[in-house]
Design a protein. Structure first.
Length: 409
């Protein structure tokens, strides 16, 4: 394209006026011939009008006995043409440089647009692979289709890097991404050395996302262990040491397996343990930890339920007891009635002091409660039941006032 534009620009360049060349419109041919009737000097001159074209002049050859001389005659008006100016002489080189620069810019722009298109195709390929993740046939078809779209050249490497980046960003740590990465390596027919190099490129592209790098290392070390070891991914973290990365990778593995065990219907199989890199002893230990954690959580939940039930029972007992104004005790039931009769005749100044906090006791189980004075109706209603044995209100007795101040002291 650049060559085509250069040729076009050269063909369009205007030429500066240059001095016209001498045109041999006529020539005098002088020939020396010996004639008997010649003048005294012994020479004669013959004038011949030659053709205007250069070819005609060039075709004339002198004879052996002749000596000819050609004299060019300038065309009429030649002396009137002015010499070219400095601007006229500089115009042609300037236009040439301008067109050359335009051609270079056009070539650069075309190259940039090509790179943008290729990058868009690579991103589209990664999205297509993630959409069909787990479908071997569709993934193989996508690999073949986009290799054709990207055109000539070796694009397997950029395609693989784009897929690995999307896999690390969009998937959770698990068995599925490990299997799919191994499958794509086989579909693209990549060597272990090539995979190691491409994993390094993907790692460098994701350095600003440490959590994503951790997933990439976890998946790569289990899908292509030889390539991951060759790439030395654990040593490339920007802020973490290799020891820290190893600790995090181990924690990631154990947390993943615990989550898998807690999932409903999960059952261990040798293939899954091999993919994760867990031994049977490690798997058994982690399952026991999960069971212990479940049991502790269940006990804590049951204790919370029991505590809440007891609190509810106590609250209900207090509410029912508060609804009870007063009730006779077993020892003073008759005396209370006599006192009520005496109160009718007693003077106003001798009135009994205001009631305080009473003690109510269940005659069946001995449960005791102390509703605040004046609030018995709220905690000790007509439908009150003993929170311990469930007996009714009729089996409770009032043991009298309680000296709250003395108790507090």
């Amino acid at each position: 394209m650049v060559m085509l534009l250069s040729l076009l620009s050269c063909s369009l360049l205007p030429t500066a006026p240059v001095a016209p060349r001498l045109m041999r419109t006529s020539a005098l041919v002088m020939s020396e011939q010996a004639q008997p009737e010649q003048p005294a000097d012994g020479k004669s001159y013959r004038v011949e009008l030659m053709a205007q074209s250069r070819s005609a002049v060039g075709s004339l050859t002198p004879t052996d006995s002749q000596q000819e001389t050609y004299v060019g005659v300038p065309p009429p008006g030649y002396s009137d043409v002015p010499a070219p100016s400095l601007m006229q002489r500089a115009r042609a080189p300037f236009l040439g440089v301008t067109f050359m620069a335009t051609a270079c810019v056009a070539g650069w722009q075309s190259n940039r647009m090509y790179k943008v298109r290729q990058q868009a195709l690579l991103e589209e390929f990664a999205a297509t692979m993630m959409y069909h993740l787990g479908d071997e046939r569709e993934m193989a078809s996508a690999v073949k289709e986009f290799r054709g779209k990207l055109g000539p050249g070796n694009f397997k490497g950029p395609m693989f890097v784009s897929f690995v980046k999307a896999l690390a960003v969009e998937t959770q740590v698990g068995v599925t991404p490990i299997r799919e990465l191994k499958r794509v390596v086989a579909q693209m027919q990549l060597t272990q050395s090539a995979v190691a190099q491409l994993l390094g490129e993907a790692f460098d592209a994701l350095k600003k996302q440490p959590s994503v790098l951790g997933k990439l290392v976890f998946v790569a070390e289990r899908s292509v262990p030889a390539a991951a070891q060759s790439a030395q991914l654990r040593t490339k973290f920007p802020t973490w040491s290799e020891e820290t990365v190893s600790t995090l990778q181990r924690a990631m593995l154990e947390n993943l397996y615990r989550d898998m065990v807690e999932a409903p219907g999960y059952a261990d199989d040798a293939e899954t343990l091999a993919i994760l890199g867990l031994t049977s002893a490690e798997a058994t230990r982690l399952k026991e930890e999960v069971e212990e954690k479940k049991l502790a959580a269940a006990e804590a939940e049951q204790a919370e339920v029991d505590e809440r039930r007891r609190a509810d029972q106590l609250q209900a007992a207090i509410e029912r007891a508060s609804e009870l104004g007063s009730m006779p005790t077993r020892a003073t039931a008759t005396a209370t009635e006599e006192e009520e009769d005496d109160d009718d005749d007693a003077p106003a100044g001798d009135a009994a002091p205001a009631d305080g906090t009473h003690e109510y006791e269940c005659t069946k189980c001995g449960y005791t409660m102390y509703p605040a004075a004046g609030r018995e109706f709220k905690f000790y209603g007509a439908d009150f039941k003993c929170p311990t044995c469930g007996t009714g209100k009729e089996d409770f007795v009032d043991n009298g006032l309680v000296d709250v101040d003395d108790d507090d002291e």
